[in-house]
Design a protein around this ligand. Structure first.
Ligand code: ACO
Length: 150
């Protein structure tokens, strides 16, 4: 397995990116501003993350996803750890990530990796997405923001 930066001429793995964020328009916009990294096994891309600078000191993981049939095997954690390593080596001082109030597993994963809840953006998913998003029997309404000093 290998985690590598996607080159500018390569097409981003939209099938994976849209698993984390159903808005093609939003994904397109932040990919243009950031860097996309992929997790490859035998030339197959099975994981992805996108980091975007928010300021000179802060970077955000805008998207992280693993192929459905490869989840629960530690790949998400490896991708998060790599994102933190990349941010650190680029001299950022903190890293942020945002997810929905209904994303129970993701909230567990991010906190296990050292992120702490910093903010809640009320109604974010109602205001920015056309469709109703449901997960774990909960409507995704608010964005939970998490942050870590690196
Ligand atoms: N309760 C407690 N812990 C949980 C739960 C839960 N419900 N769900 C997952 N975890 C823990 C696991 O136990 C594991 O911890 P451990 O190593 O201590 O056992 C940890 O989370 C991570 O497990 P991994 O196997 O590394 O994660 P995985 O490879 O399945 O990837 C990911 C996680 C990327 C979130 C994957 O499920 C995915 O692609 N989901 C769909 C897309 C998505 O929702 N992406 C995030 C959206 S937010 C954003 O992109 C910024």
């Amino acid at each position: 397995m290998k985690i590598r930066k996607l080159q500018h001429h390569e097409i981003p793995p939209y099938d994976l990116l849209l698993l984390a964020d159903p808005s093609y328009e939003l994904v397109e916009a932040y990919i243009a501003d950031g860097e996309c990294y992929v997790y490859e096994e035998n030339d197959d891309i099975i994981g992805v993350f996108v980091i975007v600078p928010l300021s000179e000191v802060t970077v955000e993981i805008k998207n992280i996803a693993v192929s459905e049939n490869r989840r629960g095997q530690g790949i998400g954690k490896k991708l998060l750890q790599e994102a933190i390593k990349v941010a650190k080596s680029s001299s950022y001082e903190e890293i942020e990530i945002g997810t929905g109030n209904s994303s129970i597993g993701q909230l567990a994963l991010y906190q296990k990796c050292g992120f702490r809840i910093s903010d809640v953006i009320k109604d974010f998913f109602v205001l920015h997405y056309d469709e109703v998003i449901m997960e774990n029997g909960i409507q995704c309404v608010d964005m939970i923001r998490l942050r870590m000093k690196i």
